[in-house]
Design a protein around this ligand. Structure first.
Ligand SMILES: Nc1ncnc2c1ncn2[C@@H]1O[C@H](COP(=O)(O)OP(=O)(O)O)[C@@H](O)[C@H]1O
Ligand SMILES: Cc1ncc(COP(=O)(O)O)c(N)n1
Length: 276
């Protein structure tokens, strides 16, 4: 066997597609590419979507989902993987089964529930399965504040509530928890990280006033996934991901009429020759 084969960092995104190119698997692939990792994908759902919303979606059958996992496992050495839109109970179960069957390295779970345009991307019944079966497999989970409220079934009003929610989510089996603050109010956008070793930190950045935030959560979690695959420690990875997302929002591109997509190449442009 040639030991050079598969020495390059490879990652996997398990998600829904976005025909509009801004969120879901499309945002993941663009981010992973910019992070100099080779990205593979298991498509769970196909959405007809643009910056104005989700017009239609179609959940793929079990056979083709299992086959995608098998194809990837047979040829690549995936060093980290992430989940995005999983849709419903059945599809969460297919993903859990495959993640137990194959070793794809550390798992980042972005428990995507509702698109920025309002479309439901995870049914209510599927939420408890995500908590019971997917979180215990996860190295990192990255709910936004609204998702965190649903997951702990409690209102989150302030920083203390965020900390308590993160602890509750960790108790469900997720090793590291990041609660994203994009949907909170205030001039700062603060993401709270609670790590496995019980240390914590806040990632702060000035809030950028813009409707162009389609795919922010996908991008943050994909960036963390790629950094982990490259061997970057998690506490460094989260700082890189925060810089990456901040620049992707700040260096805006004018695309679409609604919740516009991000500038995924901004980080590389600003950090030319960065050791990314
Ligand atoms: N208006 C904004 N200005 C700066 N950063 C933002 C803004 N909105 C979201 N972010 C950042 O984007 C990432 C995703 O956050 P959020 O929007 O809460 O997640 P989601 O896309 O899952 O709803 C976080 O790191 C958050 O801090
Ligand atoms: C297929 C898919 N996955 C995830 C999102 C969430 O992204 P956002 O919250 O920015 O709409 C989305 N809109 N579509």
């Amino acid at each position: 066997m040639n030991s050079e084969i598969n020495s390059f960092p490879q990652v996997l995104t398990i998600a829904g597609t976005d025909s509009g190119g801004g969120a879901g698997m499309m945002a993941d692939l663009k981010t992973m590419q910019e992070c100099h990792t080779f990205s593979t994908g298991v498509i769970i759902a196909v959405t007809a979507q643009n910056t104005l919303g989700v017009q239609q979606s179609f959940m793929l059958p079990k056979e083709i989902i299992d086959a995608q996992f098998a194809s990837i496992a047979a040829d690549f050495q995936i060093r980290a993987c992430k989940t995005g839109m999983l849709g419903d109970v059945q599809h969460v179960q297919y993903v859990v089964n495959n993640l137990k069957k194959y070793d794809f390295g550390p798992l980042i779970v972005d428990p995507v529930m509702v698109a920025k345009g309002g479309a439901i991307l995870l049914t209510d019944e599927a939420i408890s399965l995500v908590k019971q079966q997917l979180f215990p497999l996860a190295t990192v989970i990255t709910p936004n504040i609204i998702e965190a409220q649903r997951l702990v079934d409690q209102e989150i009003k302030d920083a203390n509530d965020i900390k308590l929610a993160a602890k509750k989510l960790q108790d469900l089996g997720a090793k590291n928890v990041i609660i994203k603050g994009g949907h909170a109010k205030g001039q700062q956008v603060s993401d709270y990280c609670l790590f496995l070793d019980h240390t914590d930190l806040w990632l702060n950045a000035p809030r950028i006033i813009t409707p162009r935030t389609h795919g922010t959560g996908d991008t943050l979690s994909a960036c963390i996934c790629s950094q982990i695959a490259r061997g970057i420690p998690l506490k460094t990875a989260v700082h890189i991901a925060k810089d990456f997302i901040n620049l992707a929002i700040k260096k805006t591109i004018q695309v679409g009429h609604g919740h516009g997509p991000l500038n995924h190449w901004a980080y590389q442009e600003v950090n030319k020759n960065a050791e990314l």
